[in-house]
Design a protein around this ligand. Sequence first.
Ligand code: NOJ
Length: 528
Amino acid sequence: MTETVWWRGAVFYEIYLRSFADGNGDGVGDLVGARRRLPYLAQLGVDAVWLTPFYRSPMADGGYDVENHCDVDPVFGSLEDFDALLAEAHRLSIRVTVDIVPNHVSDQHRWFMTAVAAGPGSPERDRFIFRDDAGDGSPPNNWGSDFGGPAWTRLTRPDGQLEQWYLHLFGPEQPDLNWEHPDVRAEFEAILRFWLDRGVDGFRIDVAHGLVKAAGMPDNAVLPPTRSGTSYRPVGHQWDQPGVHSIYRDWRLLLDSYPGDRMAIGEAWVETHEALARYVRPDELHQAFNFHLLQAPWEAAALRGAIVDSLAAASAVGAAATWVLSNHDVVRHVTRYGGGTAGQRRARAAALLMLALPGAAYLYQGEELGLPEVDVPDEARRDPMLQRSSGAHRGRDGARVPLPWEARAPGLGFCPPEVAPWLPWPEDWHELAVDRQHGQTDSVLSLYAEALRHRRSQVRSQPQHVEWLDAPPEALLFRRGTMACGVNLGDAPLSAPAEGRLLVRSSPGPATVLERDAAAWWLVPAQA
Ligand code: NOJ
């Protein structure tokens, strides 16, 4: 089977809006800035963009605390700016997907404000998860907030008296919605329609595995920490409950009622491949982020295992696999793979590995420049995680530093010279700038552009089946129809498949042998 609908084999590019391009000169990226830089993405060769939240928000969590889902925050522009971006993207044949945040709203959302004012026992409070104090002043259960500390905050009345607790799986400024409530379901269907009617091609569903909580909200067993430096593993009764799937069945019907192959991808951090596959059964979401490749260390067996199991789980439900190496929540993969020259080489090889696989690939802005994680000084950090975790987790700012566009411009082409970007650049950031890499045959940017070009013409139409070929134990070698991909993670040389004609290599070297930390694609004769 080859690819049919556009999203099955598409390359999506995550625009973390506040760090992409600043159009109005305030040091924060916005919709006007992003629109101006769309030709760059067209030239790079991506099929679609995913825009992180740009809705009205007090920005307690970079916009993932939404106050009004149907309006644009002035920091990011206006609805007209959004429409202009959408039109320009479509003119350039780039599809646009937007982030939907259904697990929680901002504590400044009209629903939460009225719920607080209406008091305990009121119908307004039923849209959230409020609980009385048991009498001992401890939270209703032992669930932890993802950003550190308890997942419950207790309200204080204006007269100073303590009253009910409310649940927030993230920051206290992000109260969780009660998805058992019909108003919540109706509201989000209206939100989806609002953006579908405006012409978006799809949605990225934030915390897709969190909307429904276990009945009775029992205590969790004592659990290992959910975060490590590189990844995130939510475990406990607040995640991945069976009831969540009926929501996505309803959304699928809604999306399918629109023309034009609209799609949705769920951000579902779940433990197993099988659990993830449940989100992409034929009547549920079109895709779910598969983070197993991202979580695998730079080791052949781990990468191969992640690929084999992901493909098996996706195909068992007839879904297309998805792949991701970085996003705005994790340490960038150049750094995860060791940083420095080794990290750069490995990241280049990993890009060829990911882009050779069947299914959709999600790039995170800046990976095409080889950006590493930045050691942002603590005083400049903005992510609430640093504070909430009492410093145990330094937060995600290191992956969110604004893009360097022009090496010689004082604002690096991201913002005007007279303003400071919302997060500071490291000293040497200009060396990685787009204009430095553009047209340089050995740059990461050129590698991505070349790989995406070949992917469109030679890779995407290949069979979805991955056939593994003999290779040294520390190497991966597979073919899909008439293309082959090899990645060498060890010291033994990896030879190209017989009669392989080189398409692209991750780093300079011979066409027929790969040394350590190099990857390549070859065209190979069809099998007899
Ligand atoms: C996942 C988003 O990617 C992350 O940035 C955010 O903090 C949480 N969801 C909460 O919305």
